[in-house]
Design a protein around this ligand. Structure first.
Ligand SMILES: [Zn+2]
Length: 317
């Protein structure tokens, strides 16, 4: 446990308010790093201080790309009231939620089945089964949960106070743009209608398996596209232009949508071809049956005619 985490724990135990509730929770949870500056790792940690109590701490930056670092830095280096009067700070908060690669999430979801979560619950990341917590550990866990809740409530309360003090606009133009994008959310009826329209425009049978599969795949792609459009809208506020990676990912999902439609069209053609072959086979079988029947009938008529001829030539019979 780091010095900061130990100190936070001691503070919590002795109720000494040297730090705010948020810092006591964040530092004891290891979410933020200690206040000791990291001169050798200035690239991996953002040094900043708490706006509530002045505690210095480091925000880990490892694994973040340059725009993510810039957004994190903009948020942590701006006074909490700035998010209510500066649209860029407001956009940075929202953008970070959408900043991870949607293509990666999409690709990962294809290889990792969703039911893995439940199975993983009792296992560590290395597949070793977790042992049950001891009573002391249970208690520590419960106390940490309580600290988390108190920190959350404190943060909410302070945010409201800063909002009141900032006296900024009710909303920014970005919020309106995001609302319009969210209107096309996959969970809304409107969105399904759009997918239905795409499918029906290509002449798909609404209840077929091909349509169901294509609809589901389009739905997934459009969910990611929706996130990317929101990311793009934030980037226009933050950097006056969409980032190349965002445009690439939008293009990826647009192509993916087209691929899904092409695949479904191909599956539909194959289905129709199979139906045509089956129908022709049945038609040929029917014709063969009619031909055999006609032959049988002709044979019977011929035999009957021959018998009649015999009776005519030999009346004794
Ligand atoms: Zn603090």
């Amino acid at each position: 446990m780091s010095l900061a985490a130990r100190l936070a724990k001691l503070e919590a135990k002795h109720q000494q308010v040297l730090r705010c509730i948020c810092c006591r929770y964040s530092l004891s949870d290891g979410f933020l790093e200690s206040e000791i500056p990291h001169p050798e790792s200035s690239n991996s940690v953002l040094q900043t201080k708490c706006w509530y109590c002045g505690t210095r701490f480091g925000v880990p930056l490892e694994g973040l790309n340059d725009p993510q670092r810039e957004a994190v830095s903009l948020i942590y280096n701006s006074h909490p009231s700035r998010q209510f009067i500066d649209e860029r700070v407001h956009a940075a908060h929202i953008w970070l939620r959408f900043s991870d690669s949607e293509v990666k999430k999409y690709e990962d979801s294809k290889v990792a089945p969703a039911d893995g979560d439940a199975r993983q619950k009792n296992y560590t990341r290395y597949g070793i089964m977790r042992r049950p917590l001891t009573l002391t550990e249970e208690k520590a866990k419960r106390e940490q949960e309580e600290r988390k809740q108190r920190a959350f409530e404190f943060h909410q309360c302070q945010t409201k106070r800063f909002k009141r003090l900032a006296n900024g606009p009710e909303s920014f133009p970005l919020d309106e743009t995001l609302k319009q994008i969210q209107f096309a959310d996959p969970s809304s009826r409107y969105y399904y209608d759009q997918i239905d329209e795409v499918i029906l425009n290509h002449g798909f049978d609404k209840d077929s398996e091909v349509t169901r599969r294509a609809g589901s795949a389009l739905d997934t792609c459009n969910y990611h596209l929706n996130n990317l459009k929101q990311r793009e809208a934030c980037e226009l506020v933050l950097w006056d232009a969409a980032l190349p990676q965002t445009l690439e990912e939008i293009s990826f999902f647009e192509q993916e949508n087209q691929r899904v439609i092409n695949e479904a069209l191909h599956a539909k053609q194959c289905e129709e071809e199979e139906k045509r072959i089956e129908s022709e086979r049945m038609k040929a079988e029917e014709q063969e049956r009619i031909r055999i029947n006609q032959e049988k009938q002709a044979d019977a008529e011929r035999i009957e005619r021959e018998k009649e001829e015999q009776r005519r030539l030999c009346p004794v019979y």
